[in-house]
Design a protein around this ligand. Structure first.
Ligand code: IYR
Length: 224
């Protein structure tokens, strides 16, 4: 069977959960996810490869347009490679902060305390780069993928959740522009770097901005 399945249908594996238990699980998962924060400060403490593999496997369970699974995760622990990536990212970011960032963007970035210094890339034991496959290979040549942005966005969310759930931290970093990652990591032209995610323990002195999340009514409406 190919990665995409061989066609045909099989019974869905599903077992109904008691109401009380559903609520307990939903509350517990929400509380666990609500404790996630994005930090820019990582420790150099090592993380076994198996944990990174599990986070990537979890990301790979995401639903995707036409089940094309249009993602490639590149996981890097090699120090020289991380140093190269950091150098290239900082070069782009220096230009972004000095020349490219519009005033209205600067206004919302300022409270987050970001700048062109990207120490998380060399501090974290792993850097995982998510590439979005805008096309797929077919015998007849290249063909499109569908909803690859949405699919990869969902996969990234699952990756971030998995990392948090295993007790580690990550930071979805989007150096802009990201084209250098394709060159350094030797990916084909139809793959576009979408997110760079350092994964590791937060440093002992890690800080996060003093932010709050929107309340439920601020970001939802129920029509019953
Ligand atoms: N890519 C830059 C700028 C940046 C943009 C947003 I939107 C952020 O939430 C954070 C940073 C950088 O990574 O510094």
């Amino acid at each position: 069977m190919s990665a995409g399945g061989s066609g045909g249908f099989v019974p869905l594996e599903f077992s109904e959960i008691e109401r009380e238990e559903m609520l307990r699980r939903a509350r517990s998962f929400y509380s666990q996810m609500n404790s996630r924060r994005t930090t820019r400060h990582f420790s150099k403490k090592k993380v076994p490869r198996e944990l990174i593999e599990l986070a990537i496997r979890t990301a790979g369970t995401a639903p995707s347009g036409a089940h094309l699974q249009p993602w490639t995760f590149v996981a890097i622990s090699n120090s020289e490679m991380k140093a190269r990536i950091r150098e290239a990212a900082e070069e782009e970011e220096r230009r972004f902060y000095r020349e490219r960032v519009p005033e209205e963007w600067e206004e919302v970035l300022a409270p987050l305390g970001t700048d062109h210094v990207k120490s998380h890339i060399t501090d974290a034991p792993w850097v995982v780069v998510l590439f979005r496959q805008a096309k797929r290979e077919r015998e007849e040549g290249m063909a499109p993928t569908y909803y690859s942005q949405e699919s990869c966005g969902i996969a990234a969310g699952l990756f971030i959740s998995s990392v948090h759930n295993m007790g580690l931290a990550t930071l979805p970093h989007t150096p802009s522009p990201m084209g250098f990652l394709r060159d350094i990591l030797d990916r084909p032209d139809h793959e576009h770097a979408m997110l760079l995610m350092p994964v590791g323990y937060p440093s002992e002195t890690a800080k996060v901005p003093d932010l709050t999340r929107k309340s439920l009514p601020e970001f939802s409406s129920f029509l019953e």
